[in-house]
Design a protein around this ligand. Structure first.
Ligand code: SPD
Length: 301
């Protein structure tokens, strides 16, 4: 007989037996699934979009059958991508996010009172509409914040047309480098980003899993190192993404300023974070797996 003392375990067992179906992303012969039900399914000009009510991770979003966010996991992703950059850039008055249609990265940026303007450039209006409708808590107050300049536009074109030295922080919150996000991870795009980044600015991009997308991950880091004076990956986890092991890569000129969060900003922000703190960040940069270190032939400073 199984004795269960923890009420959460009872709930989990009930969920495992729920009538909901397994919904999963497949990658290299492995499935990454949540139990739940699809509550909305649409096709846009760019991709298929599914909203899932999951048993254990809240409302979730899939694009082209790949997991993007779930209500109870998104902080493991957004805090790492955004706060590492926002807490270390010299100034944070003008910020650019490319992608990020669920609003999570915008919410994290706008926690900073010093931000005067946040340009959020998302190519797919349906992602915005469905996120506001079903995943409203992820963007939260950001959707109504006057500092948010939301544009439904092609992020690559936006970056190519922006003037030199426009942004203090640039955040690439794209989906995987296939489909509409394909052009967000190559040399030409990163060069354009470095051109529009102000001195003292920090560039940040999600950089896939070091395990499930090893080649893509290494390619992103190496390409950024060719363009910026400094670029380093940071490692964490998003359990529903392929392998569960994820990375974000940061880049800057002159000094690797993303390694050193500014005390005052970081103190305020980490009080309001679930995962991110200067201590966590320090470990996450150090936690480069040996097999990646060998391939990059470089250690962080
Ligand atoms: N394989 C998942 C890659 C997802 C990266 N972006 C997620 C969007 C969250 N705002």
């Amino acid at each position: 007989m199984q004795i269960i003392r923890n009420p959460n375990k009872v709930k989990n067992l009930l969920n495992e037996n729920s009538q909901n179906e397994w919904i999963y992303e497949t990658h290299l012969g492995v499935r990454y699934g949540l139990k739940g039900r699809i509550i909305k399914e649409e096709s846009s000009d760019f991709q298929t979009i599914k909203i899932i009510e999951s048993d254990n991770y809240g409302t979730s979003l899939m694009l082209d059958n790949c997991w993007m966010v779930a209500g109870k996991q998104e902080k493991y992703y957004h805090e790492c991508l955004v706060q590492t950059a926002m807490c270390s850039a010299h100034r944070i008055q003008k910020v650019l996010i490319i992608g990020g249609g669920d609003g999570g990265s915008a919410r994290e940026c706008l926690m900073h009172k010093d931000v005067k303007q946040l340009d959020l450039i998302e190519i797919d209006s349906k992602v915005i509409d469905l996120s506001k409708q079903y995943l409203g808590d992820i963007g939260g107050k950001a959707w109504k914040d006057k500092r948010l300049n939301l544009q439904i536009k092609d992020g690559i074109k936006w970056v190519n047309e922006a003037k030199n030295n426009t942004y203090d922080v640039i955040i690439i919150d794209g989906s995987d480098p296939i489909g509409p996000a394909k052009g967000l991870y190559n040399k030409r795009f990163f060069e354009a980003c470095s051109r529009i980044l102000r001195p003292g600015g920090v560039f940040a991009t999600q950089s896939e899993s070091p395990e499930a997308f090893e080649k893509v991950h290494i390619q992103i880091v190496k390409t950024l190192r060719d363009i910026f004076d400094h670029a380093d990956p940071m490692y964490g986890w998003v359990p529903m993404y392929p392998s569960g092991w994820w990375s974000w890569t940061f880049a800057s000129m002159n000094e690797p300023r993303y390694l050193n969060p500014l005390k005052k900003r970081a103190e305020f922000i980490s009080r309001n974070c679930h995962l991110w703190s200067p201590r966590w960040q320090k470990g996450a940069f150090i936690a480069m797996p040996a097999f990646i270190e060998k391939k990059l032939k470089h250690e962080i400073s």
